[in-house]
Design a protein. Structure first.
Length: 256
């Protein structure tokens, strides 16, 4: 756990997360626009088309802002500090989450099947965002929270079940709360795995640096100064690094 809290490792993980968002940006855009089109189709016969068009236009604008922040503002090449770039990512995630939650304004006019399908779409998007954000708290929670909170309230207050079978609406809303809690745990575990991967990369880089420094030292002391008793230090080395150190030490011993 102490390794995961190392500032350098956390910063490396957050840089990798921002890079991941750029790499998946196009697929996310296609998925979001497709989901938005389905929501429009569900509500088209029950809602005035200007409201649907305005909502879809705002959604496209939010996606354009998200892509701009990922491709330009959130990248290391922009020269902005990591904290500022994470803030950009967090605000764009919140904006996207609020726009998706706003689609629930059409929820009361939908019938039971359409409400169920609308719910499924929002749950899939909330779950898929864990992969897109690697579960990073400052970029995933702002997206997920508005959607699942609004969805739960919609089922408790304006769904067909709320007026016809209140106990069913209450139970389903409770299931959504349980699902949201489990989703938070999934996001936390995903981010922990992401940080652990960054820690492994950091450890490998440090091992490479130590081995390179040892080889330079041995080259100088043995090759130039003739101190044939010197050996490569393998303290803390494991795997291929330890094997490389032992191979160099064996070579020196054979030359003596």
């Amino acid at each position: 756990m102490t390794t995961a809290l190392d500032p350098a490792i956390r910063a490396d993980a957050e840089e990798a997360m921002l890079h991941l968002r750029v790499g998946t940006s196009t697929r996310v855009l296609v998925g979001v626009c497709g989901a938005g089109a389905v929501v429009m189709a569900l509500a088209w016969s029950h809602t005035t088309w200007p409201a649907l068009v305005v909502w879809y236009g705002v959604m496209l604008l939010s996606q354009a802002a998200r892509i701009w922040s990922e491709v330009h503002a959130a990248q290391r090449s922009s020269g902005r500090p990591l904290k500022q770039r994470l803030n950009w990512a967090g605000w764009s995630a919140l904006m996207s989450g609020l726009v998706q939650a706003a689609s629930l304004a059409f929820f009361p006019s939908e019938d039971g099947f359409e409400q169920a399908l609308h719910t499924l779409i929002l749950l899939v998007m909330s779950t898929g965002a864990v992969v897109y954000t690697a579960g990073h708290p400052r970029t995933y929670y702002p997206y997920m929270a508005p959607i699942l909170l609004s969805l739960t309230l919609a089922w408790w207050t304006v769904s067909d079940a709320a007026s016809e079978r209140p106990e069913l609406a209450l139970g389903f809303g409770a299931l959504l709360v349980v699902y949201a809690i489990n989703l938070l745990g999934y996001a936390r575990d995903t981010w922990a795995m992401f940080v652990n991967a960054a820690a492994m990369r950091h450890h490998a880089a440090m091992q490479n640096q130590r081995l390179a420094a040892e080889l330079v030292r041995i080259s100088r002391t043995v090759g130039q100064e003739g101190k044939m008793t010197e050996r490569v230090s393998s303290a803390g080395a494991k795997g291929s690094w330890a094997t490389s150190a032992e191979a160099v030490n064996s070579l020196i011993s054979d030359l003596v």
